[in-house]
Write a protein that binds this ligand. Sequence first.
Ligand SMILES: [Zn+2]
Length: 174
Amino acid sequence: MAKTCKLCGNEFEPARRNNRLCSEACKRAAAVRRAKRWQADNPKKAAYNYQKAAANRRGIEWCFSFDEWVEWWGSDFDRRGSFAGGLVMARFGDSGPYSVENCYKCTMAENSSVTISKAKGERQHLSKLTEADVRQILSKPRVHGDGKRLAEKYGVATSTMCKILRREMWEHVA
Ligand SMILES: [Zn+2]
């Protein structure tokens, strides 16, 4: 029995009883439409996925969890953009991973014209921790569950605290 394609409205003979679309082209178009709707409904998740994929394509390590990324952008989320006045995420010295500690916001124009030298630890203006904090953190013997507990105490992401404890971050602090 002929059906009406849910996308283009053409009549078609469904191969299976539950087919609602007439052709592969209509299936692809429907998938695109679904993806666009999802993006519109989840703008932050979509933008996060997009930036993460772009970093992967460029072979740059991506360390932001979605929550860290949302927090990093904060109220500037809607000012993001790759036009001259739009805000972009740049890496100190244009090297290393995309991470809370290694990134700063600047305008697209600044990003192309200014080279900001690589800063470490507390010299980075977005860092929440000081060298003294890190020394304090590292001075105590480690106990299971430290990462989460210390992250809450110092107001940083658990993933950040775990990297500090594993000496993968702030490794210059003795
Ligand atoms: Zn169709």
